[in-house]
Design a protein around this ligand. Structure first.
Ligand code: AP5
Length: 216
């Protein structure tokens, strides 16, 4: 299966992707996680992306398309779920071209729909582990010990772009540049819209029901 998972910041894309790869044999490719990895390693790409990410703007298409298509082409021959890419119509067009060249196609585009007030609470309450990338929430998904990662005991941090001010900018970017991607896919593909305001397990059940139909 080849899946694209769309949705506003905080819609739960990363959370649902972890459930998906836990059940189905596929690779999770998150453009945000890959960029954060570049930043942590201090690569040129990471340095170029930093100011865009911290202000809630999109990293330029040229950088992202090359980075993601390279990962997709090098991916093992199992399915993949794309999280955070494509995020502009231009990125979607470039992805389509690359898939045609490699004789692949997308099986489903999932759009996680979530209200703005929910986004704000989820993002400002999110805490992440700087070492393993595990994601928690101060209310919805607490670690066993307050402020500490369950897996490796490292102190949790708040992402620099998870402040209320930057979330407003990220949402604006989302409406202007990513909502048109949903319409782009609706013209040709199988777009499945899911109410992502519900709790994570309920969203997962609805999502798995859709994916199970494809697997059969
Ligand atoms: P990225 O990391 O992709 O951020 P995002 O799309 O804004 O998405 P988030 O990671 O904030 O949210 P999510 O939907 O994964 O939610 P999560 O599951 O963590 O991108 C960051 C930046 O990188 C961008 O702003 C841009 O600058 C750059 N970038 C990335 N891709 C790019 C691209 N293609 N082109 C250009 N630039 C790009 O959940 C959030 C919180 O809510 C967690 O605490 C979680 O525990 C909780 N939660 C999740 N689901 C639920 C639920 N159902 N109920 C209750 N709580 C929940």
């Amino acid at each position: 299966m080849r899946i694209v998972l769309l949705g506003a910041p905080g819609a739960g894309k990363g959370t649902q992707c972890k459930y998906i790869v836990g059940k189905y044999d596929m690779l999770h490719l998150s453009s945000g996680d890959i960029l954060r990895q570049h930043r942590a390693e201090g690569t040129e790409l990471g340095k170029k992306a930093q100011s865009f990410m911290d202000s809630g703007k999109l990293v330029p298409d040229g950088i992202i398309v090359e980075m993601m298509i390279d990962r997709i082409n090098k991916a093992p021959k199992i399915g993949f779920v794309l999280d955070g890419f494509p995020r502009t119509v231009n990125q979607a067009v470039e992805l389509d071209k690359a898939l045609v060249l490699s004789g692949k196609k997308l099986d489903i585009i999932v759009n996680l729909k979530v209200d703005e007030d929910v986004v704000l609470k989820r993002i400002t309450g999110r805490r992440s582990c700087p070492k393993c990338g595990a994601v928690y929430h101060i209310v919805n998904l607490k670690p066993k010990v307050d402020g500490v990662c369950d897996r490796d005991g490292v102190k949790l941090i708040q992402r620099p772009d998870d402040t209320a001010e930057v979330v407003v900018s990220r949402l604006k970017t989302y409406y202007q540049q990513t909502v048109p991607v949903v319409d782009y896919y609706k013209a040709e593909n199988n777009v499945c819209e899911i109410d992502a305001n519900k709790d994570a397990e309920e969203v997962q059940e609805t999502l798995f029901a859709e994916l199970d139909v494809l697997v059969k």
